[in-house]
Design a protein around this ligand. Structure first.
Ligand SMILES: O=C(CO)COP(=O)(O)O
Length: 159
């Protein structure tokens, strides 16, 4: 890949081991890009890369419950994040649920690819679209439903 990406990596406590293991598995790829993480996730990734002698640029924001998700969401809004991996603990409640929802929502609104499990994350990293200069991601359309307009668009999509 020619472009250096900024990749957001976030993991809840029960998913941190999974995140570090995933980072090791993809370390060749990740070491070429800029990693932006919530505080604890970032420090764990930094340390585990150091332990294996892997050089990577890791920026740590605040810890999630103290605003780390919100800081990364703001970067998404400013188009500073190219893709995100967010390993969420779906089995336990989080005190900062509102911030988690905000990060997920802003990724959807701003068309930032976000993977919430390792399988999706692996598929995302290995997509040939990263190197396809002709590929332009289609932005989400938010418009009031209008039957006539829909039929016109559907006609175009079908043909
Ligand atoms: O809570 C988190 C994401 O919502 C993760 O934050 P930490 O990486 O600081 O644990």
């Amino acid at each position: 890949m020619k472009k250096r990406l900024t990749i957001a990596l976030v993991a809840h406590d029960h998913r941190k081991a999974d995140m570090v293991d995933w980072c090791y598995y993809n370390s060749d790829f990740l070491a070429k890009h800029h990693l932006v993480c919530t505080g604890t996730t970032g420090h764990l990734i930094q340390q585990s890369f150091l332990d294996k002698g892997i050089n990577a640029e890791v920026t740590c924001m605040n810890s999630g419950p103290l605003g780390g998700d919100a800081e990364i969401a703001a970067m998404v809004v400013r188009h500073e994040i190219d893709l995100a991996v967010f390993l969420i603990d779906d089995l336990n409640p989080q005190p900062h649920e509102a911030d988690i929802m905000m990060l997920l929502r802003q990724c959807r609104v701003h068309n930032v690819p976000i993977a919430c499990n390792r399988y999706s994350a692996d598929l995302m990293l290995t997509s040939p679209l990263w190197d396809n200069e002709d590929y332009v991601p289609t932005k989400p359309r938010y418009e009031r439903f209008d039957r006539e307009k829909f039929d016109e668009l559907y006609g175009k999509i079908k043909s």
